[in-house]
Design a binder for this molecule. Sequence first.
Ligand code: CUA
Length: 309
Amino acid sequence: METGSSFWMPPPASTFAGDVDDLYFFIYWLNVFFFLVIAGGTVLFAWKYRRRHPDQLASQQMTHNTLIEAAWTIIPTIIVIGIFAWSFKVYMTLQVAPANAPEYKVVGKQWAWEFTEPDGCQTYGELHVEANKPVKLLMRSEDVIHSFYVPDFRIKQDVIPGRYTGLWFQAPKPNAAGHQVFCTEYCGTSHSDMLARIKVHTPEEMQKREWCQVKADAAAGEKLFKALCAACHSIDGNRLVGPSMKGLFGREEKLVGGAAVTVDENYIVESIRVPTAKVVDTYPPAMPPFPQLKDAEIDAIIMYIKTLK
Ligand code: CUA
């Protein structure tokens, strides 16, 4: 069943989101019902059978009632078995991807998401998929445990170093703005900025696949910067995990160990490929390398950094 957004849930946007919601709300309302029966009964009986006079005798102790005891054992057991059977069915739907689903690779690292499409096209902070087609994600981490969470799709899976984990989904409707992806396992300073979006495309858009063409201009650089660098490097002079990019190009940076370097193209390339080669003084050597970035993409990032005066 498809349901709308509610106080608890964003609008469902995957084929199985409605099944997850149905199960969730069944358990929710079942709990509300039994809470009212039990808590209400407790309050009602405490009031009804309260001691009215100081010399009133205590009511007769009841020690045993086979019928009631059987009922409160058997009925909940049947309900719990029912919830298990229903949950297992939904769980298997979420776990087992259709055999024809194309496989996208997902890498989580401190603090960005990188995606590789089946033909090798790479995107950063944005996953592009086709509407109404199943998509399988094969995920790994380069450093610590992250977790890939898409509330609109009702899917969530830990992303673990040294082990592959998987997810799948099928989004029925195109969505140009994209569905929000969160990292939902605390993974360090910029955990809350480890975001991405899943953009769902029409077949025509999938044909063109404009996001796969590497453009070397400042606008493309800004997009890459936001997806890969912005969690740790501000553009307004604020100190985050790494140095701010404001006025960076041409600046003289003091390095750990006492040397100094003037920021030029070569320094930026080296800092992206081998981040620990020259670490700026007072900052931790926290940056992971980005070996998969193409030269044109690094060109674009440098062009963008040059605009940050
Ligand atoms: Cu990655 Cu939290």
